[in-house]
Design a protein around this ligand. Structure first.
Ligand code: UT7
Length: 325
């Protein structure tokens, strides 16, 4: 029997260096006015000396400490990323080393671009067992080193950061009702790999990706809700991939969702690819907005073109929640 999943704890790590729109206007032909009007982004964080693994480990430690679990009961440690320090060993294997996780913890990286977080949760749901019911999922991106700082249409959009969650699988936990898909597209959003000449940069045609996002995210969210037998009114929070505030606002308007149900932090961090959703979940947790039973609909989209959505419920009792605050 497949078990459901509950959210046990969250964590995050943002590198301290903050880059403003005015800072970017010093190196590329852009302006604070253009960036804010077209994207809602005001600042983003960039790594300086920090590595991808440093961010991932800090976010993971915070989530594991709050979860207070025995690492021997961790069935899997997954990292979603497009920007790890190395292709192999995976960031997840390096996390296993720095966190001292046992050898029978399943560790690997997963690339579903910006939709990585719902993919990671869905994979965890299939991997976890009654003996080892906890899963660690870290979504970590250092996109500043994949940016072409001569391309104003992409370099203003992205930032660095990591978000982590610990989840628990249990027979009485709700199914994620995850809905995932992809479209086999390598034209509108891609990052070159080892097989290509020249530096590895993010390439994007903004308008087709924008159109894809406003079409697929409501459909994906609706498919998750249909599978769960719920309506938009019955979920407490909707956390969408934070690529552009206009995309989120457009979808909220289309679905008549009240602003208090939608979480947005793109103005402070820009697009951190797969890290956006778990960083938002961590902010909600720290603000006391994820209490036992809170239902969050998470929906992402990204290069591939991929999309993914799922419903995750906060676990724990009110007492255990207060202890971790
Ligand atoms: O996680 C990955 C998912 N990515 C996304 O979801 C991104 C989706 N797309 C978008 O968010 C938007 O398409 C962008 C923010 C990327 C671009 O906004 P837009 O409103 O679609 O602008 P545009 O590409 O149509 O460009 C309009 C104008 C152009 O100038 P002309 O041709 O009208 O003279 C661009 O050259 O804005 C110009 N432009 C800029 N101007 C100042 C493009 N980037 C900049 C810039 N600063 N940074």
């Amino acid at each position: 029997m497949q078990m459901g999943l509950r959210l046990t704890a969250t964590g995050s790590c943002l590198p301290p260096k903050v880059v403003t729109n005015d800072d970017l206007a010093q190196i590329v032909d852009t302006s604070d006015e253009w960036i804010v009007k077209r994207t809602g982004i005001r600042t983003r964080h960039y790594c300086e000396t920090e590595t991808h693994l440093d961010l991932a480990a800090a976010a993971a430690r915070q989530a594991l400490e709050r979860a207070g679990i025995d690492p021997a009961r961790l069935g899997a440690c997954l990292v979603t990323t497009v920007a790890a320090d190395q292709v192999t060993p995976s960031c997840a294997c390096m996390l296993q080393k720095v966190l001292g996780l046992p050898e029978d913890t399943v560790c690997f990286d997963l690339n579903a671009a910006c939709a990585g977080f719902p993919y990671g949760l869905r994979v965890l749901q299939g991997l976890l067992t009654a003996e080892k019911p906890y899963g660690l999922l870290v979504s970590c991106e250092v996109l500043s080193r994949l940016m072409d700082f001569t391309d104003r249409s992409t370099c203003v959009l992205f930032g660095d950061g990591a978000g982590a969650v610990v989840v628990e699988a249990a027979p009485d936990a709700p199914d994620l009702c995850a809905r995932l898909g992809s479209r086999g597209d390598n034209q509108v959003l891609y990052i070159d790999g080892a097989g290509q000449p020249g530096p590895s940069h993010i390439h994007m045609e903004g308008q087709p990706v924008f159109k894809f996002a406003v079409d697929i995210m409501p459909k994906c969210g609706q498919a998750v809700l249909d599978a769960a037998g719920l309506t938009w009114d019955q979920v407490d929070l909707v956390v969408m991939h934070q690529a552009n505030e206009r995309i989120i606002d457009h979808i909220a308007r289309k679905l008549s969702l009240p602003p208090e149900k939608i979480y947005k932090n793109v103005s402070r961090y820009g697009n951190m690819s797969s890290a956006c959703i778990p960083v938002a979940l961590n902010e909600l947790y720290e603000a006391g907005r994820l209490t036992p039973g809170t239902k969050v609909l998470c929906v992402g989209f990204g290069g591939g073109l991929t999309w993914g959505g799922c419903l995750i419920e906060m676990g724990g009792t009110h007492e255990s929640y207060e202890e971790t605050q």
